[in-house]
Ligand binder design. Structure first.
Ligand SMILES: Cc1ncc(C[n+]2csc(CCOP(=O)(O)OP(=O)(O)O)c2C)c(N)n1
Ligand SMILES: [Mg+2]
Length: 138
């Protein structure tokens, strides 16, 4: 739903949340909707990782995702912005464009900073421990 005078729609979303439903890019194209999606990439489920503390498992992504390439694969524009200047340029280009644009913003290099918050979070356990599956190189 869109309200207000500015016809532009902006979405700000974390990398983990975006990866739960990337096919929404196809939905945007299918319905001829334009949105500018800013993906804040801290390399994992940062909030959950911090809340789980010592018990955290599987909340950091072992493999980086090229979100700009992912957007291109869906037929959207994809761009990576690592500085405030690059982000400003990318936003201006997205505003001038007719298509949905994804702007990939890496926010931390490596460690996800602690949030300082605490949440008594249950950590699910697999039936038998096994290492995460590796991405197959073809
Ligand atoms: C559909 C769904 N699955 C799982 C969750 C639990 N959850 C809340 S925050 C979060 C992490 C989100 O990660 P990200 O979007 O990368 O944001 P970050 O915490 O790293 O800033 C998860 C998995 C949720 N809220 N909704
Ligand atoms: Mg994240």
């Amino acid at each position: 739903m869109h309200e207000g005078l500015d016809p532009e729609i902006h979405v700000i979303i974390g990398d983990g949340s975006f990866l739960m439903a990337p096919a929404e890019l196809a939905t945007a194209l299918q319905h001829d909707l334009k949105a500018t999606i800013i993906v804040l990439d801290n390399g994992g489920y940062g909030s959950i990782d911090a809340l789980a503390g010592e018990a955290s498992a599987g909340n950091r992504f072992a493999v980086p995702t090229d979100f700009a390439a992912l957007a291109s694969a869906f037929g959207c524009a994809g761009v990576r912005a690592e500085t405030a200047g690059e982000l400003a340029r990318a936003l201006a280009e997205a505003r001038d464009s007719d298509t949905t644009t994804l702007i990939h913003c890496p926010t931390v290099d490596g460690e996800i900073p602690a949030s300082g918050a605490f949440w008594d979070l249950g950590v699910p356990e697999p039936r038998r421990p096994r290492p995460p599956r590796q991405r197959r190189v073809v």
